[in-house]
Design a protein around this ligand. Structure first.
Ligand SMILES: *Cc1c(COP(=O)(O)O)cnc(C)c1O
Length: 349
C-alpha cells in the first residue's frame, strides 16, 4: 500500500441530505452543492448517491464541474452554475444543459444574446459583496429579466454560521426588498441558513458542508475516515530531534512512526505538533513538522506497531482537525489531495 485510504460513507451523505431536506420543511425543495469535486470527496459517486436519496437540483462553482455532474447523472437533474455564464462557457452550458446563475449585467447580456430561451437564474448581492447583481443594477434590469423567466432568484449569506449576527436579518430584508412580488422561485439558505429557521428557506435550500458532515450542522453524520500507512519506525534516544527544523525533541526514549501523508495531501502544515493520530481508540501525538509527503507520530505507548494510523475518524472529525490547524472543516475536506485511495461505502441498493 502506497498512499493513505480515504473512506467516504455515501450512506451518511445521503442521510445528511434527507435530514436537511426534512429541516428545510414541506414545500421547500432541497438541492445539493457539489462544487470542488463534492468538497473533495469525489463528485461522480457523491452526486449519484445524492440523486439516489432524492436530490434533483445540484449546484457547482464552475461549468467544468457541471460537466462532470452531468456525466455522472445523465439528463434530467438541474445543474446550476454559481459563477454564472462566463466568457467561453456558452457551448458547454448549451450542450450539457447547465443552468447559469447570472451575476452581472455583462453575464445577463451574454446569456440572453448567445442562448436566448436557455434556462438561467439570477444571483443577487444582498450584502456579501462577492458575487451577484447589485440593487441598483437589479432595479434597472428586473422588469426585462423577469419577463425572460429566470428559474431562480438566489443570494448568499455572509454570516449564517453565526445565528446572532445582525448581517443575517439585514440580508434577509434586502433579499425581500429585491424579490418580493416577482412571483419567482427564490433561494437564500446554504447549510447555515437552513439552521437559521424557516424564514430563511424560501422555495429552495442549497446545503453543501452539512451533507459532508461538517459544521455549522452539528447534527450531521460524519462522512469520512482517513487512514495513513506507517512506512517505517525508529527508536530515538532522549534528547534526539525529529523532522525539519528539529522542533520536537524526545524527552524520553521514544518510538517514532513515519507515516505517508503530508501537506501535499492536505494535512495542513499548521497541524505541526498539534494533531493526534489514532490507533483504534488510542491517540498518538503528531510530533515535529508536517512535511510535504510525511508526518511523524509518537507511538511509544502503543503495545505494537500498527499498519496504519487514522487522522480523521470517530475520535477526530474534520472540524476537530480544522480547529487544531486554525481552519474550518471546509478547507480540510477540499484540501484532501488526489493521492489517497478513495473507498466508497454504500449499502447495496
Ligand atoms: C458553497 C455555497 C453553498 C453551500 O454552502 P455550505 O455552507 O457548504 O452549505 C451554497 N450557496 C453558495 C452560493 C455557495 O457558494
Amino acid at each position: 500500500m502506497a498512499s493513505g485510504t480515504l473512506t467516504i460513507d455515501l450512506d451518511a451523505i445521503a442521510a445528511n441530505w434527507r435530514g436537511l431536506d426534512r429541516m428545510s420543511g414541506p414545500g421547500v425543495q432541497t438541492a445539493a452543492v457539489v462544487k470542488a469535486d463534492a468538497y473533495g470527496l469525489g463528485v461522480t459517486r457523491v452526486a449519484r448517491a445524492l440523486a439516489g436519496a432524492g436530490a434533483r437540483r445540484f449546484f457547482v462553482a464552475l461549468a467544468e464541474e457541471g460537466a462532470a455532474v452531468r456525466q455522472a447523472l445523465g439528463p434530467g437533474p438541474q445543474i446550476a452554475v454559481l459563477s454564472g455564464h462566463m466568457a467561453g462557457d456558452t457551448e458547454m452550458i448549451q450542450d450539457l444543459d447547465l443552468t447559469p446563475m447570472l451575476n452581472s449585467l455583462e453575464q445577463i447580456t451574454r446569456h440572453l444574446e448567445s442562448l436566448p430561451g436557455h434556462p438561467f437564474g439570477v444571483q443577487l448581492d444582498t450584502g456579501m459583496n462577492r458575487l451577484g447583481v447589485e440593487m441598483v443594477e437589479w432595479q434597472a434590469v428586473a422588469p426585462i429579466l423577469i419577463e425572460a423567466g429566470p428559474e431562480l432568484l438566489m443570494s448568499h449569506l455572509a454570516c449564517a454560521d453565526e445565528p446572532d449576527h445582525p448581517q443575517n436579518a439585514a440580508q434577509l430584508k434586502v433579499f425581500h426588498d429585491m424579490t418580493d412580488g416577482t412571483g419567482l422561485p427564490r433561494s437564500l439558505a446554504a447549510t447555515g441558513g437552513i439552521l437559521l429557521g424557516p424564514q430563511y428557506h424560501f422555495d429552495l435550500t442549497r446545503p453543501g458542508i452539512g451533507l459532508y458532515g461538517g459544521l455549522p450542522h452539528g447534527g450531521a453524520i460524519p462522512a469520512v475516515t482517513l487512514s495513513l500507512p506507517v512506512i517505517q519506525t525508529r527508536e530515538v534516544a532522549r534528547g534526539e530531534a525529529v523532522g525539519y527544523g528539529c522542533t520536537w525533541v524526545a524527552e524520553r526514549p521514544s518510538v517514532i512512526a513515519t507515516v505517508a501523508g503530508g501537506y501535499a495531501d492536505g494535512l495542513l502544515r499548521s497541524l505541526s505538533g498539534k494533531a493526534q493520530l489514532w490507533d483504534g481508540d488510542t491517540p498518538c501525538p503528531l510530533v515535529g513538522r508536517v512535511s510535504m509527503d510525511l508526518i511523524t507520530v509518537d507511538i511509544t505507548d502503543l503495545p505494537e506497531v500498527p499498519r496504519a494510523l487514522d487522522i480523521l475518524g470517530p475520535h477526530q472529525g474534520v472540524d476537530a482537525l480544522a480547529s487544531m490547524a486554525g481552519s474550518i472543516g471546509y478547507e480540510i475536506l477540499t484540501a484532501l489531495g488526489p493521492r489517497y485511495t478513495r473507498r466508497y461505502q454504500e449499502r447495496p441498493a
